[in-house]
Design a binder for this molecule. Structure first.
Ligand SMILES: [Fe+2]
Ligand SMILES: [Fe+2]
Length: 262
């Protein structure tokens, strides 16, 4: 099975280019399933029900998220009723939504696949331990399917690399998100887990991780609060394609997707 994972979709430019390019990316690469991080889809921060619906109707099978998932209040009810949009599983149990989603459809040939979302703790939120939480979830779902994709939404490479090793052989892929900058360390670990520290974003490269660069430069220099504006020039599509052995759940290959959207 071939899974396309697209990095954080940033604002309207990210949404427009992702939905425009998705059909041919899927066709050209014979993709079965598309998973995308949507935490920045609404104006660069959070996601709304309308945007989630639009993305899920455009060929994306599962939307993961991250630290910005609850920035738009209208998503609270929606995420409780839409299992294809998932929250980081190590957020407090009182927060709305599920931390993983298991599904099968005609695209998977009836085979069940699980997508798990987890958030790092270093320089992010004060959350439950993502390592222990992964053990807890794997205990529940490993008997249901061996095809398991983990979006590990974290800031520092050390925490992400540690998670890759911790889950090696137990999940199909550990895909890093959150920094919006694609790393060049993709590989299949010895136990059969595909790994990349960060898959990047779908958004403007003429920016600082999606936001207009002049605003962020000024923020760093003056340290005063700034209103962030989504940048729209030079939009790039960052992602990864993971091929998985359907019998073992182990990854066969992982390759980066990284190109300028015209
Ligand atoms: Fe993000
Ligand atoms: Fe994030």
């Amino acid at each position: 099975m071939k899974v396309l994972f697209l990095g954080d979709i940033f604002g309207n430019p990210g949404r427009e280019h992702a939905t425009k390019e998705l059909p041919w990316i899927v066709k050209n690469n014979e993709i079965d399933i598309v998973v995308t991080n949507g935490e920045n889809a609404a104006g660069g921060i959070g996601i709304t029900p309308a945007i989630s619906d639009m993305l899920l109707n455009s060929g994306i099978d599962v939307l993961t998220s991250g630290n910005h998932i609850y920035k738009k209040r209208e998503i609270y009810d929606y995420i409780s009723n839409e299992p294809r949009l998932i929250k980081p599983a190590n957020f407090p149990p009182e927060t709305p939504g599920n931390g993983y989603y298991i599904f099968s459809n005609e695209k998977t040939g009836g085979i069940k696949i699980a997508v798990v979302n987890m958030c790092g703790r270093v320089f992010v939120e004060n959350l439950d331990c993502p390592f222990r939480k992964m053990d807890e979830i794997l205990e529940k779902i490993s008997g249901i399917t061996r095809l398991i994709i983990v979006d590990f939404h974290a800031e520092v490479t050390s925490e992400k690399v540690a998670m890759g090793w911790y889950l090696d052989g137990r999940v199909s892929a550990v895909i890093g998100t959150h920094t919006h900058i694609q790393t060049a360390d993709e590989r299949v670990l010895p136990g059969g887990t595909a790994f990349i520290s960060d898959v990047g974003m779908v958004g403007s490269r003429d920016s600082v991780i999606g936001v207009r660069k002049d605003i962020i430069i000024e923020k760093f220099i003056k340290t005063m609060p700034q209103k962030f504006v989504v940048a729209d020039g030079d939009v790039w599509i960052n992602g990864a394609i993971i091929e998985i052995n359907e019998k073992t759940g182990h990854a066969i290959s992982i390759s980066r997707l990284n190109y300028a959207s015209g």
